[in-house]
Design a protein around this ligand. Structure first.
Ligand code: ADP
Length: 439
C-alpha cells in the first residue's frame, strides 16, 4: 500500500509539473505574440499620424521592420525592403483582406529565416489605401528551444522533490494506521481518520469475537481434559481396587469371578471411552471432504441395524428400518458411526417393549435420515445440552448401559462435517426423534 500511494503521489506530481510547464509556455507565447502585434500597431499609428510613410526607416530605426503601402486594388505603392515594381498584387493577403473589410487586420506566417515568424499588422487609412507593417520575431520553438534544458533541469529537480515529498506524505499518512493496527484493543480510540471509524468498529468487533472464541476454546479444552481425566479415573480406580483385592488374597474364591467380571466391564468402559476420544480428535483434525464418496445411506443403516439387533432384543426393543435407496456424498465410516450412535441411544434410552424406527428417504428431494424411538424422552431443559461432550441426563443409566457421554458430541461433529442439518424432537416419557437432512 505504501509503495502504491508513493507511486500515485509521484505520478500526480510529475503530471502537475508537466502540465504547468506546458500551460505556462502557451500563455507566455500568447502574450509574446500579442506584444509583437501591439508594437506593430504603435508603429503604424506613429507613421500615419506623422505622415512619415516613406521616411519610415529613418523615423523608426528598427532593423527588421518592413513597411508596405497598398492601394485599394492591391497594387503596392511603397515597399521599404524591395522595389515596388517587383511586388505582386497584395489584395489577397489575409491581413490586407481583413484591413479592407474591417479597418485593421493581422496575421502570423512562417518566415524564410530559420526559427523566426513574420508578424503582420495592416490598417486602412482615410484614402482607402492600406498600410502594412511587418516584423520578424522568434517562433515558438526558438523562444522555448533555448529554455528547454533549463526547463528539463528544473522539472527534474522538482520531480526529485516530489518523490521525497511523496515518501514523506505516505509515511505521515500510514503511520497512524500502523499505530491503529498495533493496538487492536484501543483501535476505536486511536482511529487515525474519521473515514476509518466504521472499519475500526468492524475490526474491533471481529478482534473481540476472536478473543472470545479463543477463550471459549481454551475453556472447552480445559473442561474436556478435566472431564476426560475424571472419566478415565473412575473405571481405572475400580480395576485397580478389584485387582488389589485379588492380589492380596482378600477375595474369596466365589468373589474372584465376580471381581474379574467387574474388571472386564470397567476395562471395556475404558476402551469405549478411549475409542470415542480418538474419534473426536480425529474429527477435529480431518480435512473437509477428504474421504467423501457416493454412499447409499439405506445400505449403511441396514448393516448397522443388523449389528444392533441383538442388543435391541436383549432390551426387549424392536428395531426396524424403512425407506429407499438414498445417495449422499460423505465419509462412509463417519456415516456408519452416526447411524450407530443414534440407534444405540434409541435402544439404550428406551422402555421395555418399546420400538425404534429408522427411516431413510428423500423429502423435498433432500436426503433424510430419521431415528425415532418410544423411549424415555429428553426434557426441554436438557435438550440444548445433550450434544455437549460428557453431558448426560441420567449419569448412572448412561454408564450402566455402556455410554461414554460422547456419542451425541460425535454425531454433532459428523453432521457439521457433512454440512447437514440436525433437528431434535423429544417429549419426556413419550420418545425422541432425531432428523438429519443432508445437502
Ligand atoms: P451417552 O453415552 O451417555 O449415551 P450421548 O452423547 O450419546 O452419551 O447422549 C447424551 C445424553 O443424551 C445421554 O446420556 C442421554 O441422557 C441423552 N439421550 C441421548 N439419546 C437419547 C434418546 N434417544 N432418548 C433419551 N435420551 C437420550
Amino acid at each position: 500500500m505504501r509503495k502504491k500511494i508513493n507511486i500515485y503521489l509521484a505520478v500526480i506530481g510529475g503530471i502537475s509539473i508537466l502540465m504547468t510547464a506546458i500551460l505556462t509556455m502557451l500563455v507566455y507565447y500568447n502574450l509574446y505574440q500579442k506584444q509583437v502585434i501591439s508594437d506593430l500597431k504603435t508603429y503604424s499609428v506613429i507613421l500615419i499620424a506623422g505622415g512619415y510613410l516613406k521616411e519610415a526607416k529613418e523615423v523608426l530605426p528598427i532593423e527588421e521592420i518592413r513597411i508596405t503601402w497598398i492601394d485599394k486594388e492591391g497594387s503596392v505603392l511603397y515597399e521599404s525592403n524591395a522595389k515596388k515594381e517587383e511586388m505582386d498584387n497584395h489584395r489577397k493577403r489575409p491581413e490586407i483582406v481583413q484591413a479592407f473589410d474591417m479597418g485593421e487586420g493581422q496575421a502570423v506566417r512562417r518566415s524564410n529565416t530559420l526559427g523566426k515568424n513574420a508578424y503582420y499588422y495592416a490598417v486602412k487609412m482615410k484614402d482607402n489605401s492600406v498600410l502594412r507593417i511587418s516584423k520578424e520575431a522568434s517562433s515558438f520553438y526558438s523562444v522555448f528551444g533555448s529554455a528547454i534544458p533549463i526547463l528539463f533541469l528544473s522539472g527534474f529537480v522538482l520531480m526529485i522533490l516530489c518523490l521525497f515529498l511523496a515518501r514523506w506524505l505516505t509515511l505521515r499518512m500510514i503511520k497512524p494506521i500502523e499505530a491503529m493496527a498495533l493496538n487492536m484493543t484501543e483501535i476505536e480510540e486511536r482511529v487515525a481518520y474519521e473515514e476509518l471509524r466504521p472499519f475500526a468498529k468492524t475490526i474491533k468487533k471481529q478482534h473481540e469475537d476472536i478473543i472470545n472464541n479463543v477463550k471459549q476454546n481454551e475453556k472447552m479444552r480445559r473442561d474436556f481434559t478435566a472431564n476426560v481425566s475424571h472419566e478415565l479415573k473412575t473405571p481405572l480406580t475400580s480395576i485397580s481396587g478389584y485387582a488389589e483385592l485379588i492380589e492380596q488374597g482378600m477375595a474369596k474364591p466365589d468373589d474372584v469371578s465376580r471381581f474379574a467380571a467387574e474388571i472386564h466391564k470397567n476395562a471395556n468402559r475404558l476402551l469405549s471411552l478411549i475409542n470415542d476420544i480418538i474419534k473426536l480428535s480425529e474429527l477435529d483434525e480431518k480435512d473437509k471432504e477428504n474421504n467423501f464418496v457416493i454412499l447409499d445411506v439405506y445400505e449403511i443403516a441396514k448393516d448397522c441395524i443388523e449389528t444392533l439387533q441383538f442388543s435391541a432384543s436383549n432390551r426387549m426393543v424392536t428395531l426396524k428400518l424403512t425407506g429407499e435407496e438414498v445417495l449422499i456424498r460423505g465419509d462412509k465410516s463417519m456415516i456408519e458411526e452416526l447411524i450407530y450412535n443414534l440407534c444405540d441411544n434409541a435402544i439404550r434410552y428406551n422402555k421395555p417393549n418399546g420400538s425404534v424406527l429408522v427411516v431413510i428417504k428423500y423429502e423435498n428431494s433432500r436426503p433424510k435420515l430419521i431415528v425415532s424411538d418410544t423411549g424415555i424422552g429428553i426434557s426441554k431443559e436438557h435438550q440444548e445440552h445433550i450434544f455437549e461432550r460428557f453431558y448426560r441426563v441420567d449419569k448412572s443409566r448412561s454408564k450402566e448401559t455402556g455410554g461414554t457421554g460422547l456419542g451425541l458430541a460425535i454425531v454433532k461433529h459428523i453432521v457439521e462435517y457433512h454440512r447437514a442439518k440436525l433437528q431434535l424432537k423429544s417429549k419426556e416419557m413419550e420418545g425422541t426423534e432425531i432428523i438429519i437432512e443432508f445437502e
